[in-house]
Design a protein around this ligand. Structure first.
Ligand SMILES: NC(=O)c1ccc[n+]([C@@H]2O[C@H](COP(=O)([O-])OP(=O)(O)OC[C@H]3O[C@@H](n4cnc5c(N)ncnc54)[C@H](OP(=O)(O)O)[C@@H]3O)[C@@H](O)[C@H]2O)c1
Length: 349
């Protein structure tokens, strides 16, 4: 890990103190993002929630305040997608990035043309990622972000059947040649880390984005060591399991009608979550409020992870998450204990 201190001045910018007259001084650590060589903050910003269409109950003013707070704390990596609120997340992100005169890296994604997440095996690439469509989406993202070049363009799903197809390979190559895209990556289907092992071995992609958290530790078996060996950057996504590891969930937790979490945590799933979280906090001897910090530091304890990208629409979440970079990765003994709490299941289905 390469460490560098964020400037106290940035944290003391007008209106950014936690309390009037108080500045927060933290050391945010930065890691190399694989072949991109970008030095990215180990706590990145997941910008799905601020798209506003699938995560409800937030608002743009609060989202923008959270994003600005994260950046003021030293966060310099943001993960968004064309599909997040049909470009709304990209437009918010682009606006905030332009307010800053230091380097902030933005990753975005090409949605599957058939709008099916995750990719279904055997569906022809022409229906998911044809050449012209990838190029068109990249151009749309450039427009939303109001930039000349995308730092990182990812395919939003992956099926191993795409591996030998020409479409995505040529589109990525041509976009890079034209300067519209600097680096390319793939976001792995939910809970299918092994589906991209051959892709990583091709050497054609610079980063992988994968679900990695206390409950789904499966990437640590093969994918993360392989990425480290191949110098492929790793974005650890959904580190709080969509809120299951936030420390706030009870059996009575409810979500606004139409929010994606109504589906994700439907039926007796909140009860299951509470049981698993209780077992976890008891075993570690921690309070629920400590759980999100432990969950994020768990991801950072794996040296293959370049950045962990929690969604955070509330400024106090952005502040708490960015600040814990100061605490360093979890000690090995605690990581070892957490291995027992892996919980194999797929709530996206
Ligand atoms: N297929 C894909 O490529 C894909 C799929 C899913 C996600 N992603 C990416 O991964 C990112 C992260 O995943 P996610 O946003 O779905 O879920 P997540 O990061 O696992 O969880 C987000 C939830 O945790 C809460 N939270 C954040 N920090 C907290 C803290 N310190 N204490 C308590 N609660 C806290 C957030 O609250 P508030 O929002 O209220 O602040 C939000 O409800 C996304 O934003 C997106 O960039 C990619």
């Amino acid at each position: 890990m390469q460490a560098s201190a964020s400037s106290p001045e940035a944290l003391c910018a007008p209106g950014t103190g936690r309390e009037a007259g108080t500045c927060i001084i933290v050391d945010v650590n930065y890691r190399k993002l694989g072949k991109t060589n970008f030095q990215v903050s180990e706590i990145g910003y997941g910008a799905w929630g601020i798209g506003g269409k699938q995560w409800l109950g937030g608002n743009d003013d609060e989202s923008l305040a959270a994003l600005r707070r994260a950046i003021a704390m030293g966060v310099n990596f943001i993960d968004t997608a064309l599909a997040y609120g049909d470009g709304h997340s990209e437009r918010l992100v682009g606006g905030v990035v332009r307010e800053n005169n230091h380097r902030i890296y933005v990753a975005t994604k090409v949605p599957p043309k058939n709008r099916i997440w995750p990719a279904r095996p055997g569906v022809p690439i022409q229906e998911v990622f044809p050449y012209d469509y990838i190029v068109r989406c990249a151009e749309e993202s450039l427009g939303n972000l109001k930039t000349e070049s995308l730092d990182l363009l990812q395919l939003h799903v992956w099926d191993p059947g795409f591996l030998d197809r020409d479409d995505w390979r040529r589109a990525f190559e041509d976009l890079k040649k034209s300067g519209k895209v600097r680096f390319v990556g793939v976001s792995v289907n939910d809970h299918q880390p092994e589906s991209v092992l051959d892709l990583v071995r091709t050497g054609l992609i610079d980063t992988i984005q994968v679900i990695y958290n206390i409950f789904d530790q499966s990437p640590a078996r093969e994918l993360l060591p392989l990425c480290q060996k191949e110098n492929v950057g790793v974005l650890a996504r959904v580190p709080l399991d969509e809120g299951a590891l936030s420390g706030h969930m009870t059996e009575e937790t409810s979500f606004p009608p139409g929010d994606f979490r109504e589906f994700y945590f439907r039926g007796d799933r909140r009860k299951q979550v509470v049981q698993h979280v209780d077992a976890l906090t008891r075993d570690l001897g921690i309070r629920n409020e400590q759980l999100p910090g432990i969950a994020l530091r768990f991801c950072l304890a794996n040296p293959a992870v370049s950045t962990v990208i929690p969604g955070m629409r509330k400024p106090h979440h952005a502040e708490a998450n960015a600040a814990l970079s100061d605490d360093g990765p979890l000690p090995a003994g605690m990581v070892e204990k957490l291995r027992r709490h892996a919980w194999g299941r797929n709530f996206y289905l």
